[in-house]
Design a binder for this molecule. Structure first.
Ligand code: ZN
Length: 317
């Protein structure tokens, strides 16, 4: 299934290239004078070339300049879309009008809700992506198998959509809800094949492994949406967890003790985030006072509002 589709894509691409090339040849014959043969396409032109299909109903453009450029471009290369181009002159920004902002937020989130009440959890790491399928609520009774089957079928569609939306490439591990029924498994797999056949990007799909996982490989094209729009969290560097303020407070006390053995300043000053300093002022104030007595030096505190939770410095005064 998937192979047929990629072949169709390829034929389309070849046809497109041939058309473009024929056009350039004709143009160059018609005009012996120097003519522009090649020019980098703008983002808008590439979108028009790569993403517009028969299924596209309408293309709204909110800039008059771009609208005119795209009209010219379409006249030369994709005449069928000219009737779909419209110049949007409304008051409300297009992104607001069509909820694009929210759609992007959803496409960056870990959780994707399914209509049936189930949901996907998508984890993207450098090495691979994992997608976990979950039923919404605790499922029991006679309809147990049926509910799980339906959720997995719906998940197969949602997964295909998310792979395109997020432009996820490389290895993608799918953890569907366990199904005892062999026919149900086959049906979910076939649904996944069908849903991914629409994908322009080449994908391969494995059978269910002994552990009940399905492995999908999808050709990496451009960067994933998350890599384009986001960067690793500076506080946790992508780990997704940070040490608690109390753990940091104890780290600081131990570090202070080490430094007191090496150096002999008049005073120590702790620079840390608000939460950590608050702990030293309240619940951990006794520990701090005991350490001060032990090393025989005053210890002062200073909130550094730009510091994230794990960040601190000990200054020798
Ligand atoms: Zn983080």
């Amino acid at each position: 299934m998937a192979e047929d589709a990629s072949e169709a894509d390829l034929t389309m691409d070849v046809a497109y290239l041939r058309k473009t090339w024929d056009h350039i040849l004709q143009e160059s014959k018609r005009q012996p004078a120097p003519a522009l043969l090649y020019q980098d396409l703008s983002l808008a032109q590439r979108v028009l070339r790569d993403f517009v299909s028969e299924e596209t109903a309408c293309i709204h453009i909110d800039s008059r300049e771009n609208f005119q450029k795209l009209n010219e471009f379409a006249q030369s290369y994709t005449p069928s879309v000219i009737s779909k181009l419209t110049h949007y002159t409304g008051e409300r920004p297009l992104f607001d009008l069509y909820g694009v902002e929210e759609e992007i937020e959803r496409a960056l989130g870990r959780r994707v809700d399914l209509k049936s009440g189930g949901y996907l959890i998508i984890e993207q790491t450098e090495a691979m992506t994992t997608i976990d399928v979950n039923t919404g609520s605790y499922v029991t009774g006679r309809n147990f198998d049926d509910t799980i089957f339906k959720t997995n079928l719906e998940a197969a569609h949602a997964i295909a959509r998310q792979l395109r939306l997020r432009n996820l490439g490389g290895i993608i591990i799918l953890d569907f809800i366990d199904m005892e029924n062999v026919e149900h498994r086959a049906a979910v797999l076939s649904e996944l094949h069908k849903a991914l056949a629409r994908d322009r990007t080449k994908t391969t799909i494995s059978d269910f492994s002994a552990l009940g996982l399905v492995e999908v490989t999808r050709k990496r094209t451009r960067e994933s949406l998350a890599n384009v729009l986001c960067e690793p969290c500076p506080a946790c560097h992508g780990k997704g967890i940070v040490k608690t303020p109390r753990t940091i407070a104890y780290d600081i006390l131990r570090e202070l003790l080490r430094e007191a053995k090496q150096f002999n300043p008049r005073e120590f000053r702790i620079l840390a985030s608000q939460l950590v300093i608050d702990l030293f002022l309240e619940e951990e104030s006794q520990h701090l006072a005991m350490l001060g007595d032990f090393i025989g030096k005053p210890i002062s505190l200073q909130v550094e509002s730009s510091y994230h939770q794990e960040q601190y410095d000990i200054i020798l005064m």
